[in-house]
Design a protein around this ligand. Structure first.
Ligand SMILES: NC(=O)C1=CN([C@@H]2O[C@H](COP(=O)(O)OP(=O)(O)OC[C@H]3O[C@@H](n4cnc5c(N)ncnc54)[C@H](O)[C@@H]3O)[C@@H](O)[C@H]2O)C=CC1
Ligand SMILES: N[C@@H](CCC(=O)N[C@@H](CSC=O)C(=O)NCC(=O)O)C(=O)O
Ligand SMILES: [Zn+2]
Ligand SMILES: [Zn+2]
Length: 369
């Protein structure tokens, strides 16, 4: 008998409270309502943002919650009015939807569709309720995705239908980190051929920035990390110089300005550290240097610099999901991967079972992910 229209009981990793290990529970996943899609999640990756919310640092953090936003799976059933996907379609859930109708979707200047932003931030579906229940308690959705569950429910505007030939264990990475970094270089900073770039933080996001800088034809791509084990892997993605700030007594921005005849054309902060955001801006070249903030900082943190840094032509930018209009772009990136024009396999450091999700977090914190 099919599961359409039925409550599905499955396993999910529930975060009952901040800083606690994820707990593997039996959860009830209600059928999709109007304009909703229920997905059998087959693969998920972990992103630093999952750890950030679990740490209690996210001002929007809600508990109990099912985290995860870098996944891929197959549509199990759809609610009334859904026309963009059908059961059996291979899909990637999207934390930035694309409704195509809101002011943001109609603008070519942003990818930040706002159609469901308010309810998504409150951990519920647009009707104000959750589809997840565990031990009689309602469990919050996360970033409109909640991929740390064998089944999840998302809005139809939050799902990209992809080529069914694509390996879901690889293309799940297109749910967040890779498009974010790649797009930060190509869409947000718009790196130019021959330019000089510096990337602070060489996790998945920073490595994807390096890949974007290389594709854009940058000449110098300086990778900066306090974990030197990241340097070798970053070479594969195009980084061609490396700096460990711990090797210098001077502020890192001074080191970089000296090394690059006045500063970089483009810098990227991929850590979520407000001091490094300042350093990244101040490492930019006077008159034209552009610094893009990608990292997500903790609750209550603020950035600062001397206004003269901006008066004298440096530009501070930020990016979410690399500026990609999600439903248009993710299926295209899947095709590029299939044509071997976009690296994904190289980002994968470990393959673990769902039951090992807490270990995945430990590996991420240890810099081994
Ligand atoms: N804006 C957006 O749309 C997105 C933002 N993010 C954010 O991007 C950031 C990076 O994410 P991941 O790559 O997954 O994280 P990650 O934890 O894998 O990588 C961070 C890297 O920064 C390095 N690092 C830490 N402190 C440093 C310092 N003081 N100087 C130099 N290097 C330092 C670490 O050794 C590590 O290699 C996070 O803040 C995450 O929340 C992630 C995805 C999307
Ligand atoms: N909830 C946080 C904001 C977290 C944040 O900045 N999220 C990024 C994606 S990070 C992905 O791994 C994002 O796209 N934000 C766009 C948005 O509309 O939230 C807070 O409140 O600070
Ligand atoms: Zn993410
Ligand atoms: Zn929209």
């Amino acid at each position: 008998m099919g599961t359409q229209g039925q409550v599905i009981i499955c396993k999910a990793a529930v975060a009952w409270g901040p800083k606690e290990d994820l707990s593997f529970e039996e959860v009830e996943v209600a059928p999709p309502k109007v304009h909703e899609v229920r997905i059998k999640v087959l693969y998920t990756a972990v992103c630093h943002t999952d750890a950030y919310t679990l740490s209690g640092q996210d001002p929007e953090g809600i508990f109990p919650v099912i985290l995860g936003h870098e996944g891929a799976g197959v549509v199990e059933s759809v609610g009334e009015g859904v026309t963009n996907v059908k059961p059996g379609d291979h899909v990637i859930p999207l934390y930035i939807p694309q409704c195509g109708e809101c002011k943001f979707c109609k603008s070519s200047k942003t990818n930040l569709c706002q159609k469901i932003r308010v309810s998504q931030g409150k951990g519920v579906m647009p009707d104000g309720t959750s589809r997840f229940t565990c031990k009689g308690k309602s469990i919050a959705h996360f970033m409109g995705c909640s991929t740390f569950s064998e089944y999840t429910v998302v809005c139809d505007i939050s799902v990209a239908k992809i080529n069914s030939d694509a390996p879901l264990d690889k293309v799940c990475l297109l749910g967040c980190g890779v498009p974010t970094g790649y797009g930060a270089a190509l869409n947000t900073a718009k790196v130019e051929p021959g330019s000089t770039c510096a990337i602070f933080g060489l996790g998945a996001v920073g490595l994807a920035v390096a890949m974007g800088c290389k594709v854009a034809g940058a000449s110098r791509i300086i990778g900066i990390d306090i974990n030197p084990a990241k340097f070798e892997v970053a070479k594969q993605f195009g980084a061609n110089e490396f700096i460990n700030p711990k090797d210098y007594e001077k502020p890192i921005q001074e080191v970089l300005v000296e090394l690059t005849d006045g500063g970089l054309d483009y810098t990227f902060e991929c850590i979520g550290n407000v001091q490094i955001m300042r350093a990244a801006l101040e490492a930019c070249h006077k008159g034209w240097g552009v610094s893009t903030i990608v990292g997500v900082a903790g609750a209550g943190q603020e950035i600062s610099t001397k206004p003269f840094q901006l008066v004298t032509g440096r530009v501070w930018k930020g990016t979410a999901f690399g500026g990609w209009k999600s439903r248009d772009s993710v299926p295209d990136m899947v095709e590029k991967y299939l044509q071997k024009k976009l690296m994904l396999d190289e980002f994968i450091t470990q393959n673990l079972e769902f039951s090992q999700l807490n270990e995945a977090f430990e590996l991420m914190h240890a810099g081994k992910r």
